[in-house]
Ligand binder design. Structure first.
Ligand code: NAP
Length: 289
């Protein structure tokens, strides 16, 4: 049985060293705030904060007094970065059995938990051997250290390599109104066909990061919809993603309490079909053919 994730997942990439540099109290407070507003699932990776954010979160989780069963934890392995606390000479990927197992065990220790609800391979490696990967994953599952397994940034053919040996439950990919190619290049169709649930990272795309004719067009349409849906720009962008039939779960990167308190609203309405296409049209800068 798959874990019961919240409709929107909280991404922790920018909570620590790589972003807000929150202290233990503030992270604990933010975890409580997420739970209060219906966000119970937290997305991590071993590398976040230069291999520090998992441990920051783990310390805060212990301090929060929240029961483990009340949250779900996702983390990823496989990227080896050059950072002061690692001995890597060249940034690379490592999917050897030994590294996968050690990385999982280190994440468990950092996050102060006995199990991960979901363990993902962060990025495909040209050198990965699917059979070896699956040996590690099977062992971790048998030991009860991971409840479910998935991929991140894997193409359909790379996913097939893994699926030859074991079922894949999730693939976390970049997807948003401004990065919508997975909808038309077969990636999301493939996932739907094979029972792989997509998760979308950077779900707001570049809408708040860049000021371009594209983001200008998008913002204009969003503003015209806010009143109709009793919503705001971020919520509409998440709702647009969730309208896709592959049932994409957005991984939202905000660490802002006001924005977090509105995330769950994205799951409370169904966007009218023509409105959905109007937003896509605004992103593409042209009508659908
Ligand atoms: N699997 C992968 O390869 C991969 C890659 C990248 C990320 N991820 C995961 O995906 C998560 C989300 O990624 P992301 O951070 O790129 O996602 P995002 O939710 O698209 O972007 C978050 C950023 O947008 C800002 N923001 C949100 N709403 C805003 C608004 N209304 N106006 C202005 N700025 C706004 C946030 O700032 P505030 O904090 O101030 O709201 C934050 O800096 C990460 O935390 C991580 O867990 C996975």
């Amino acid at each position: 049985m798959l874990p019961n994730f919240s409709p929107v997942i909280a991404g922790t990439m920018l909570w620590g060293e790589w972003g807000r540099k929150l202290d233990t109290y503030s992270i604990s407070d933010l975890i409580h705030h997420c739970l209060l507003h219906g966000i119970t699932t937290f997305d991590h990776a071993d590398i976040y904060g230069g291999y520090t954010t998992e441990a920051d979160f783990g310390a805060a989780f212990i301090q929060s007094g929240i029961k483990r069963a009340d949250i779900q934890l996702i983390t990823k392995c496989g990227i080896k970065l050059i950072t002061p606390n690692r001995d890597n000479r060249v940034a690379h990927y490592d999917y050897t059995k030994d590294h996968i197992i050690k990385s999982c065990e280190r994440s468990l220790a950092n996050l102060k938990t006995e199990y991960l609800d979901l363990f993902l391979l962060h990025r495909p490696s040209p050198l990965m051997d699917a059979a070896e990967i699956v040996e590690a994953i099977t062992l971790l599952k048998d030991q009860g250290k991971i409840l479910s397994f998935g991929l991140s940034n894997f193409t359909p053919s790379q996913s097939d390599l893994i699926r030859q040996h074991t079922p894949v439950s999730y693939n976390q990919i970049e997807f948003s109104l401004t990065h919508h190619m997975p909808m038309t290049d077969g990636s999301l169709d493939y996932m739907k066909l094979h029972g792989i649930r997509p998760m979308a990272w950077a779900p707001l795309g570049v809408v708040f990061k860049e000021s371009t004719p594209q983001t200008g067009r998008i913002k204009k349409v969003l503003q015209s919809f806010n009143k109709k849906y009793g919503s705001d720009d971020d919520t509409l962008l998440l709702n647009w993603i969730m309208r896709h039939p592959s049932k994409i779960i957005p991984v939202a990167g905000t660490a802002d309490k006001n924005r977090i308190s509105r995330l769950k609203l994205a799951d409370t309405f169904v966007m009218d079909q023509e409105d959905w296409f109007e937003l896509w049209e605004a992103s593409m800068g042209q009508k659908v053919p």
